[in-house]
Design a protein around this ligand. Structure first.
Ligand code: ASP
Length: 331
């Protein structure tokens, strides 16, 4: 007998039509989930009092999830988090970094069409998520979506029109669900030996993702980094991590680093990585102190900065941790 805990935060999957359009309907999803109960699979469902469209997610919601998962860790074999798709990759990444050493499956899922829609993808997503959460040797945070199991901190929402909402462009899926589940166990993270230490996020932290554009973008971004408005930033540069050697940008990167914060240099392209030295144009950012983020997703970068800053890391210690592969987020 496997015992799972399902935490229901909101999202399309549990919505229904209202005069204003789709909106979460309290009580609906827990009732619909009852059909998945089996003699050898029991689960409890916790419906959050305020079900949200995931575009409204905040660190306070993440703290609620972290608190519930940490408190219930020993009582259940695995966990399913039902979540809207818009920010699912952020939440999965956040959980991946904050729950290091957790040692049990945490499977995040949702759907593109509500369960009450006749063509809903939610049924198969939930079925796959429940099955993944029963795998005792799955010790990481994953997303189950459209017949794929993806590492949470590698996944991105790349499609808002079809059912294949998520992909992990720089990492192979951890399972494919066909008539049989094809578990790619050789790709799963091995227990890292870390002791699980429950943590809470510092909700006052200011972490942002800045998208570089030609023209004034570099200067504006530099000004923002230079002023004391951010504790950490992901900077989306071009190609293999290239950026113009714009003094304002480089000064901003250096200023934030000097204040103890950090800038993670990521690439705007979906496939590939920041490689300092591939082009000379990648050097100024690195010399100014930006940490090369390799092929980390923006979602993972924001989550990693949020978690490490919340753990109190600053300066060199923060920059060193950011460069490490902590949860499988880097190839
Ligand atoms: N806006 C919805 C949400 O993220 C989209 C979805 O769930 O598919 O909550």
């Amino acid at each position: 007998m496997t015992r799972l805990l399902v935490l229901y935060t909101g999202g399309t999957i549990g919505m229904d039509q209202t005069p204003d359009g789709l909106a979460p309907k309290p009580g609906l999803l827990p009732r619909l989930l009852e059909r998945f109960l089996k003699p050898d699979l029991q689960f409890d469902v916790v419906e959050y009092p305020s079900l949200i469209d995931s575009s409204a997610i905040t660190p306070a919601h993440w703290n609620q999830l972290l608190g519930d998962l940490s408190r219930e860790r020993d009582r259940y074999d695995g966990f399913v988090v039902i979540h809207g798709t818009d920010t699912m990759a952020y939440t999965a990444s956040l959980l991946a970094f904050a729950l290091r050493g957790f040692g049990k499956p945490v499977v995040v899922t949702g759907s593109q069409l509500p369960l009450v829609h006749p063509r809903s993808d939610g049924w198969s997503n939930i079925a796959d998520a429940l099955e993944a959460a029963c795998q005792r040797d799955l010790a990481e945070v994953v997303i189950a979506f459209d017949r794929l199991l993806l590492r949470g901190c590698r996944a991105r929402k790349l499609d808002a029109a079809g059912f294949s909402g998520f992909a992990s462009p720089n990492a192979a899926p951890l399972a494919r669900f066909g008539i049989q589940a094809d578990w790619r166990r050789e790709l799963w993270r091995k227990p890292d030996g870390d002791r699980f230490v429950p943590m809470a996020l510092d909700e006052r932290l200011r972490v942002a993702c800045l998208f570089l554009t030609p023209g004034h973008g570099a200067t504006l971004m530099g000004q923002m980094l230079a002023e004391d408005r951010l504790d950490g930033a992901a900077l989306m540069s071009y190609g293999n991590g290239n950026a113009p050697a714009e003094p304002a940008l480089l000064d901003g990167v250096a200023a934030l680093s000097a204040r103890g914060g950090a800038v993670l240099n990521l690439t705007q392209v979906t496939v590939g990585a920041v490689e300092v030295g591939a082009y000379a144009a990648s050097q100024p950012l690195a010399r100014a102190g930006a940490v090369p983020g390799a092929d980390m997703t923006p979602e993972a970068a924001v989550a990693k900065l949020t978690v490490l800053l919340s753990q109190g890391l600053r300066g060199e210690a923060l920059r060193a941790r950011l460069a490490e592969n902590l949860a499988g987020e880097i190839s």
